[in-house]
Design a binder for this molecule. Structure first.
Ligand code: RBF
Length: 225
């Protein structure tokens, strides 16, 4: 009952503000603009992250592998025009600490997206299972509760060989995470009707003719996030 009411309110608020108008089917960028991610499982359009600020939170556990992933993420951010000044890197001890640090960073309001970067390798005990579950659901919750796109940049592998395959060379998953962070930051801005500071343009990610919200009342409309 409560969730039905909430959904109806969200829908009404979205229609009233006119800011969140999904197109069906979602338009995809022309093939010429597509860049393939690591292992070619996902493709990305032409993302302009000129005004996007990204926080990377990385673990010291599995330091070497995580550094490779962070390098991959930075490479993709730069390919999307994110400037060095707009990339912030913070460390935490292990993956279990990632969600809370992501929450602090998201609440600081200083970034448009957060990438949580770590590597979990299965050992002989049940720690792996507990930490994987806690970290993945924790990171999801931070995105949903703070409205800051929070990227799950954590490899959960059975052994080091699997980690190396996914964190080096052409198959560095960090690159996907960098592009995903920019896409989600732009998508959030588009959904909220925020135009890019420099170009004054809206990203074209499928939310239709989003118009900037005009009044504080519209911005605080119940049910809209
Ligand atoms: N943190 C990681 O980021 N990756 C790991 O593979 C990892 N393995 C762990 C295995 C054990 C047995 C323990 C006790 C901790 C491990 N941690 C790992 C650290 C964990 O994420 C966290 O930093 C600590 O549990 C402190 O909260």
């Amino acid at each position: 009952m409560i969730s039905k009411t909430f959904l109806s309110l969200s829908l009404v608020a979205s229609i009233v503000t006119g800011a969140f108008v999904p197109k069906a089917p979602f338009s995809s960028p022309p093939a010429s603009l597509l860049r393939m991610g690591a292992d070619s499982e996902v493709s990305f359009g032409d993302l302009d992250g000129t005004d996007v600020r990204v926080g990377i939170i990385r673990t010291r556990w599995n330091d070497e592998h995580v550094s490779n992933l962070v390098d991959g993420a930075k490479k993709a951010l730069k390919a999307c025009n994110v400037t060095d000044d707009n990339i912030f890197v913070t460390e935490v001890p292990g993956a279990f600490e990632l969600p809370l640090a992501a929450k602090f960073l998201a609440l600081s309001g200083t970034v448009d997206a957060v990438i949580c970067c770590g590597v979990l390798i299965k050992g002989d005990t049940l720690h792996f299972e507990y930490i994987c579950e806690a970290v993945s659901s924790g990171i999801m919750q931070i995105g949903l509760s703070t409205n800051t796109p929070t990227i799950f940049g954590v490899l959960t592998c059975l052994n080091e060989e699997q980690v190396i395959k996914r964190s080096t060379g052409e198959n560095n998953h960090g690159e996907d995470w960098g592009s995903t962070a920019v896409e989600m930051a732009l998508l959030k801005n588009e959904a909220l009707g925020v135009t890019a500071e420099k170009s004054g343009k809206m990203a074209n990610l499928g939310f239709g003719d989003a118009k900037p919200l005009k009044t504080d009342t519209e911005k605080k409309s119940p049910g809209f996030f």
